[in-house]
Ligand binder design. Structure first.
Ligand code: CUA
Length: 308
């Protein structure tokens, strides 16, 4: 339980409507469990203290019926119904905006559905405060689980199937998101930021994300990018780089973090990510480029850091 007490990942922070519901359910569940436990243990102590008694058999039967069957059935049944109602609410198939998220090994493909078409990004989810976001979740390879503890419930992401979850954030800030299902080598490094913004700021951000990359025609960094084959896996919209395998890099530098929510987006981390990829994140599909160094590496990093 204590591991959930970090502010950004605290499910009891109640920073979203759904997490507030889960928190209330948890507290009531604990009280309900406490009542059942006290009643059963209290009755057992009472029976022990009475000792031998002419009515012993009848009392024992009463004890089993009320303490062992009726009370737990009523309380647990009520909690179950309440839990199912919350589950129905937080997986309801409607929202003010729709975001599709694909779990990949070990990062997140994020697609906002807008009237003008899909807006593709990765590893960072921004949400407008007070609006109900519907998440359509699936996975590309193995089972992952999508969880922003401070905002709401968690939901499995299953290959070949779509699951849904809603988040209605109520508190501005950058909340921690993570994969909550063991999915292989870099499972513990599969994270993302869920950034809650004012609606106007969110609209501006989404409009910027929808734009192609703003680059000058002859860009030495982009030449390195293409010469090293980065464009075979990554897309930079507005250029020849249209690889569908890895995260979309069109607005890479607009994200707070690098490597799926793991490291600050700085030139130093970016350079290390390119040369020592597997030291930073073992087992991932992206190969390291240890031969890149000096001016060539600087040029590439400078180019990537300008993808805002
Ligand atoms: Cu993906 Cu654990």
């Amino acid at each position: 339980m204590l591991s959930g007490c970090d502010g950004r990942h605290n499910w009891m922070a109640g920073a979203g409507e759904e997490s507030a519901q889960v928190k209330t359910l948890f507290i009531v569940l604990m009280i309900g469990a406490g009542v059942i436990w006290s009643a059963v243990v209290g009755a057992a102590i009472y029976a022990h203290k009475r000792g031998a008694h002419p009515n012993l058999e009848r009392e024992a039967r009463q004890f089993v019926i009320w303490g062992g069957a009726v009370l737990p059935t009523v309380l647990v049944g009520a909690l179950l119904v309440w839990g199912l109602i919350i589950l129905r609410d937080i997986t309801a198939d409607d929202g003010d905006l729709t975001v599709r998220v694909d779990g990949e090994r070990w990062w997140w493909r994020v697609i906002y559905e807008t009237p003008e078409g899909d807006v593709i990004t990765a590893n960072e989810i921004r949400l407008p405060i007070g609006q109900r976001a519907l998440f359509r979740l699936t996975a590309d390879d193995v089972i992952h689980s999508f969880w922003v503890p401070a905002l709401g419930g968690k939901m499995d992401m299953i290959p070949g199937r779509e699951t849904t979850l809603t988040l209605t954030p109520q508190t501005l800030g950058s909340w921690g998101g993570l994969c909550a299902e063991f999915c292989g080598g870099a499972h513990a490094l599969m994270r993302f930021d869920a950034i809650v913004m004012e609606p106007e700021a969110f609209d501006t951000w989404l409009a910027e994300q929808a734009e192609p990359a703003k680059l000058s025609a002859d860009n030495p960094g982009f030449e390195v990018f293409q010469a090293e084959g980065c464009g075979a896996c990554h897309t930079i919209r507005g250029t020849d780089a249209q690889g569908p395998v890895g995260p979309d890099l069109t607005h890479l530098a607009s994200r707070d973090k690098l490597g799926a929510g793991m490291w600050d987006m700085t030139p130093t981390n970016m350079a290390r990510w390119i040369t020592d990829t597997h030291e930073m994140k073992p087992d991932i599909d992206m190969p390291p480029y240890p031969h890149l160094n000096g001016a060539r590496l600087d040029t590439l990093v400078d180019f990537l850091m300008r993808l805002e």
